[in-house]
Each structure stands twice: as structure tokens, then as C-alpha cells.
Write a protein that binds this ligand. Structure first.
Ligand code: PLP
Length: 353
């Protein structure tokens, strides 16, 4: 791949206050971009000022949603180092999404190099306050100007960066989740295992109707019986001595936080089973006192305690609405590794600068 050309902005923005960052509202001064066509493959990698891009109205992404994305974070540690958590896993998953959406593969090592270079340019944008981070959004979309339903011959790959506030503005706290009895997110054989825009577009309706609940828990798309995941998190249950998380059968997003939690839990000697788990089994376990904890895992929240599930007419209270012991221990361990407060015993950290 060619050299990454850098064009710096002449009008840097004023940085937002770190206590009012929120999520995904502010963007840094620059972005990474490269193009694809059949003749040249991926080419012209460049870092340029952040700003609008011009696209033909017939660009295929607008009509048939041929698009994929990723989400990860850069963290600033106590000694000022800026680092990434398992970035190779994100770009490998991007390629898995690419494959399903008929988008050409990207070079994982080159992507990490490009991202690192972009973050170096934007290093003053990585916030300092506890719990804050620089959210990273790589995405690829089809831009061939033609209306036929076929894989595009042209694509753009872009990475944008957004300084983000702490997910838990008022400290780690349990969330309430609505179990969706009717709408479904994905089916086996579909695109549930990919990060593609359409999966999220079709989830909005359920979220809108689940008023008063922070997230929707999806059941499987065929029987609406087996637990899958929530909006942007995988889920875990502590039932008796067993930790259970839904198996990856094609409709569930293979979360990197999920994978990391499984590895940590097993290293601590826990039995973690990836298997099918029905909502009835969860209700039953709650009734007979075996359901000890439930938590969600994802890049945004890392580990999120769940205090209540609402399913049809039932309300299932979990851990007495408190933060479960194992949930807290996992949260501390993962955030500890991400911020180099704890030993990186699995080799998950990539230092940027
Ligand atoms: C991104 C995402 C997750 C979490 O994945 P991580 O790699 O842990 O951030 C889980 N479910 C869905 C639907 C997602 O989009």
C-alpha cells in the first residue's frame, strides 16, 4: 500500500469541555480516507481535514445499504500513553462483515497503521478525564453511481474520531431492559453477525416502543424464545455456578468484549458455557433463586449490570437491583487492562504514542 498522505487543517476547532462530551456528538479535526475501484484496489490512503463528502445521489449505499462499520476506543493512561484494546479483532471483524456484504477485504495491519497515524495527528483530542475515551468509527460504503442491485464496483473507507464522555456519568449502575416479544433483529443465515447499518435501522422501532427501558433484549428470529443480545451489547447470565452467554450461531454479533470476558472468566476458573438459553429458563432460574447476575458487554459500556428484565407481563428483578459481584469484578479487570492499571496478561494492548 502507498504512503499515507497527510493534509492538515488550517482551521482547527475549539475542543469541547470534557465534562460535556456525551457520545458521538463531537468530531476531531481530521479523518482517514481511502478509495476502492476494480482497477486499483484500495488506493490513495490519506488523512485530510474532517468535513462533508460529495456523493452521487445514485450511489448504491443510499438505495441498497451496502455498508459496514466498526467501533473501538483509544484510551489515555495515567502516564499519558494513548493505546488501543485489541484493534486487530475489530479489523478482522470488519473483514468478516465485508465478506457477508460483498465488500472487498481490507489489510488488517495497514488499517491499524492508518488508524495509529490518524490518532497521532489527533492525540490532543484524546480526553483526560476518568471514564472518557476517543471513540473510533471506521466504516466502508458502496459509492458506485448505478441503481442495479449488485455489488458496487467502488467503495470508500473512512475513519472518524469522536471524543466521548464516561458511559456511566453517575457511576456504574444497573440498567432496565425490555425483552422484545414481537419484533426480531436477525435470523440465522442473515446479517446479524455483521456490523452493517441495516441491522440497526430495523431495530429502531422496538427501541422506540420500549419506553422507559434503556435497551431492548432480542429473542431469536424464528421461535422468539431463545435469548440473543441487546442493542449493542452481548449478554451474560450467572445461573447457579454456571456463566451462560448465547452461542454464536450467526444471528448474534461476535463482540470483542464478550470474547475478552469469556477468556478472563475462564482464567479465573469459572465455567462459561456458550449455549442456547431460553427466556423461560431465565424466568425459571429467577423464580427458584438461581439467577444471580446478568450483565451486558460491549465497547461503549464495557460491562453493564442489568437490574431488571421486563418480559410480557412479568418483571424479573436481578441481583436485587444492585451491581452483581462478578459483574463488578469483570468491569474492574477489563477497564483496568484498558487503562494499564492492571497487567496486560493476555497481550491485548497496542500502544499508539
Ligand atoms: C458492537 C456490538 C456489540 C458489542 O461488540 P464489542 O466488540 O464488544 O463492542 C454487540 N452487539 C451488537 C449488536 C453490536 O453492534
Amino acid at each position: 500500500m502507498e504512503e499515507i498522505k497527510v493534509t492538515l487543517t488550517e482551521t482547527p476547532k475549539q475542543k469541547p469541555a470534557e465534562d460535556a462530551l456525551g457520545f458521538g456528538k463531537y468530531f476531531t479535526d481530521h479523518m482517514f480516507m481511502m478509495d476502492y475501484n476494480e482497477e486499483k484496489g484500495w488506493h490513495d490512503p490519506r488523512i485530510i481535514p474532517y468535513g462533508p463528502i460529495a456523493l452521487d445521489p445514485s450511489a448504491s449505499v443510499f438505495h441498497y445499504a451496502q455498508e459496514v462499520f466498526e467501533g473501538l476506543k483509544a484510551y489515555r493512561t495515567a502516564d499519558g500513553t494513548i493505546q488501543l484494546f485489541r484493534p486487530e479483532e475489530n479489523f478482522k471483524r470488519l473483514n468478516s462483515s465485508n465478506d457477508r456484504l460483498c465488500i472487498p477485504q481490507v489489510d488488517v495491519d495497514f488499517c491499524i497503521k492508518a488508524l495509529s497515524k490518524l490518532i497521532e495527528v489527533e492525540k490532543d483530542w484524546v480526553p483526560h478525564a476518568e471514564g472518557t475515551s476517543l471513540y473510533i468509527r471506521p466504516f466502508i460504503f458502496a459509492c458506485e453511481p448505478v441503481l442495479g442491485v449488485h455489488p458496487s464496483k467502488e467503495y470508500k473507507f473512512i475513519i472518524i474520531l469522536s471524543p466521548s464522555g464516561s458511559y456511566y456519568a453517575s457511576g456504574l449502575a444497573p440498567v432496565k431492559i425490555y425483552v422484545e416479544p414481537e419484533y426480531v433483529r436477525a435470523v440465522r443465515g442473515g446479517t446479524g453477525f455483521t456490523k452493517t447499518g441495516g441491522n440497526y435501522a430495523c431495530s429502531l422501532k422496538a427501541q422506540q416502543e420500549a419506553k422507559g427501558y434503556s435497551q431492548v433484549l432480542w429473542l431469536d428470529g424464528v421461535e422468539r424464545k431463545y435469548i440473543e443480545e441487546v442493542g449493542a451489547m452481548n449478554v451474560f447470565f450467572v445461573i447457579g455456578d454456571e456463566v451462560v452467554t448465547p452461542a454464536l450461531l450467526g444471528s448474534v454479533l461476535p463482540g470483542i468484549t464478550r470474547k475478552s470476558c469469556i477468556e478472563i472468566l475462564r482464567s479465573w476458573g469459572y465455567t462459561v458455557n456458550e449455549r442456547r438459553l431460553s427466556i423461560d429458563e431465565v424466568e425459571e432460574a429467577a423464580k427458584n433463586g438461581q439467577l444471580k447476575e446478568m450483565f451486558g458487554t460491549g465497547t461503549a459500556a464495557v460491562v453493564s449490570p442489568v437490574g431488571e428484565l421486563k418480559y410480557k407481563d412479568d418483571v424479573i428483578e436481578i441481583s436485587g437491583g444492585e451491581i452483581g459481584e462478578l459483574t463488578k469484578r469483570l468491569y474492574d479487570e477489563l477497564t483496568g487492562i484498558q487503562l494499564s492499571k492492571r497487567e496486560d496478561r493476555f497481550g491485548w494492548i497496542t500502544k499508539v504514542c
